[in-house]
Write a protein that binds this ligand. Structure first.
Ligand code: FAD
Ligand code: SF4
Length: 513
């Protein structure tokens, strides 16, 4: 049997199930750069470069190992621009009689693959993607019979399963979660580790030039590209994080600082999501640092929770809830995405900083995504589909299985609380406490109403007022609703008036902006 082994751009792992049992003499590995995947939402140019450069290096490594690789580049003159078209062409080229592929990370691609066997007239084996720490079947078993799903309980289950940071069946340090230790603002003079940059080699530079030519109208700076595109460099990035950032990761996980794009964050999500790193080895590296006394329990627990907990949890939710998940609209939010999400041109410094960083790096850290751009989208009632498209387009680590639950569920509460128990809505006080953004802003976080007032302040109360029927019975919203109940009718009216005036002035993006 001659098998075509298809590898997708986010499956660049030697241990991916599609390569298992490969017959070196007869099988061909297919990697295809297709325009559709870069344009179905217009991806940040660094994201396209990352994936294509990593694919080219991966193909080179497989060839060096003696595997037969068929590589279709974006500028190949017969490239159909669609994955299915390239699989069809490759089947004809190699006279293959079977396709093997690991399950894709996006529902739309999984759906499309279901028709391939009939369309091509050969068996198509879609194998489980077992690079994750919790299989889809195990997640389904965990959810079975539960009335409500909460990440915290899933995470405890996973800690018990892996034995990580456990003393028998008890969590190390007597607590499952050290989040209260992880909410410090950044001290003014703390020195921050520089970003670990990887200079583009010839292959990557060729891709940068290709992307520059082919996707000129896509969002994002390209010349500052410094992501790792090989497994070796991704491992170096992991080591750098463990040695230089992890010890302080927990303390400043929620902090934000003007002009500082990376702080103590791992910046490993693009590598995990395209397969250059495995979640297990990333967690084990952090556990080892703890055992060696190089990182505290609260730092390591905080980090492990993100990968063993959140990353696995959102994937489980995605596969369990799609495709209905995407169309839920609990808050009925419908306002178009303002143009400043693309241009960064806004008087609100927190948004300006977070969006400009996104444009520079195809990266913003979690608190910028959740509490700045996400919080604004929630408070302003932006349409989930438009916000989701933005998040899917602008980040190097964005793949729908992880982007959608984070945006739709965590940031926008559009799923009505399936993923998180309450909306992450916050006023300017939170941003002021966790960042230095407000110091250089046109608005004042201490002023509640009037021209100088921070828009997050009145939008926060406006959000609670317009969603009162939907949210006031949520036990975790009881406190703000009690405060709202004490407000005079006149104060409420002022909030409504100023919010409506502000929201009416938000301009959607116009071509040419
Ligand atoms: C609105 C919104 C959209 C997001 N979109 C994406 C996305 O498209 N792709 C993506 O990988 N993450 C996404 N996240 C989660 C998180 O913001 C990023 O994983 C994180 O910022 C990546 O940077 P880092 O590697 O420096 O992470 P760190 O803060 O250092 O965390 C370490 C690792 O934990 C994992 N992780 C942390 N939080 C989450 C989470 N909530 N969900 C899943 N994994 C998590 C990541 O793999 C990350 O590399 C989103 C969060 C929000 C609020
Ligand atoms: S004052 Fe308000 S708008 Fe300005 S940076 Fe602070 S939180 Fe953002």
């Amino acid at each position: 049997m001659k098998t075509l082994r298809l590898i997708l751009g986010d499956q660049l792992s030697r241990a991916v199930s599609a390569l298992r049992g490969i017959d070196r003499a007869n099988d061909v590995v297919l990697l295809a750069e297709v325009r559709d995947e870069a344009t179905y939402v217009k991806k940040h140019r660094q994201k396209i470069t990352l994936v294509l450069a990593a694919m080219r290096h991966f193909a080179q490594a497989l060839r060096a190992e003696g595997l037969r690789v068929d590589y279709v580049s974006l500028d190949d003159e017969n490239n159909t621009g669609r994955l299915k078209g390239e699989v069809g062409r490759a089947l004809a080229r190699h006279h293959s009689d079977r396709v093997v592929v690991a399950e894709p990370g996006e529902w739309r691609m999984r759906e499309s693959m279901q028709t391939w066997a009939a369309d091509f007239g050969v068996p198509v084996e879609i194998r489980e993607d077992d690079r994750f720490l919790c299989s889809r079947a195990d997640f389904a078993r965990w959810t079975d019979g539960r009335k409500s799903l909460r990440m915290e309980y899933f995470y405890r289950h996973m800690r018990l399963q892996t034995g990580w940071l456990m003393n028998g069946d008890k969590p190390m340090g007597g607590r499952w979660n050290f989040d209260v230790e992880n909410r410090k603002a950044l001290p003014r003079n703390l020195s921050l580790p520089p970003r670990r940059r990887f200079e583009p080699d010839l292959i990557t530079q060729t891709v940068i030039d290709l992307v520059e030519r082919s996707f000129a109208d896509h969002f994002g700076d390209l010349q500052s590209f410094g992501w790792a595109v090989t497994r070796e460099d991704a491992l170096a990035a992991l080591q750098y994080f463990i040695a230089d950032c992890l010890p302080q990761f927990g303390d400043y996980q929620d902090a934000m600082k003007s002009g500082e794009d990376w702080l103590f964050h791992a910046t490993l999500s693009p590598y995990l999501n395209i397969g250059l790193l495995y979640p297990r080895e990333v967690c084990e590296a952090a556990l080892q640092a703890h055992q060696a006394g190089e990182a505290s329990l609260h730092a390591v627990e905080g980090f492990i929770r993100q990968i063993l907990g959140w990353r696995e949890y959102v994937r489980g939710i995605y596969w369990q809830q799609m495709p209905a998940y995407r169309s839920t609209s609990f808050l009925s939010a419908s306002r178009p995405l303002p143009g400043f999400y693309w241009t960064a041109e806004t008087e609100m410094k927190c948004l300006r900083e977070s969006i400009a960083a996104t444009r520079r790096n195809a990266y913003a850290h979690h608190i910028q995504r959740l509490m700045i751009t996400g919080n604004f989208a929630l408070l302003a009632g932006l349409a989930p589909a438009e916000v989701e498209e933005w998040y899917l387009a602008v980040y190097a680590d964005a793949f729908e299985w992880v982007e959608l639950p984070n945006t739709h569920g965590m940031a926008l509460f559009a799923d009505g609380g399936l993923l998180g128990s309450k909306p992450y809505a916050a006023s300017g006080a939170y941003i002021h406490r966790m960042s230095d953004y407000c110091a250089g802003c046109a608005y004042d976080p201490k002023i509640k109403l009037g021209p100088q007032a921070c828009p997050f302040n009145y939008l926060y109360w406006h959000f609670l007022i317009v969603n009162e029927d939907r949210l006031k019975l949520n036990p975790r919203m009881a406190m703000p609703y009690r405060t709202l109940a004490r407000m005079t009718a006149e104060h409420r009216q002022q909030i409504m008036r100023q919010s409506q005036e502000f929201l009416a002035k938000l301009e959607p993006y116009q071509v040419g902006d």
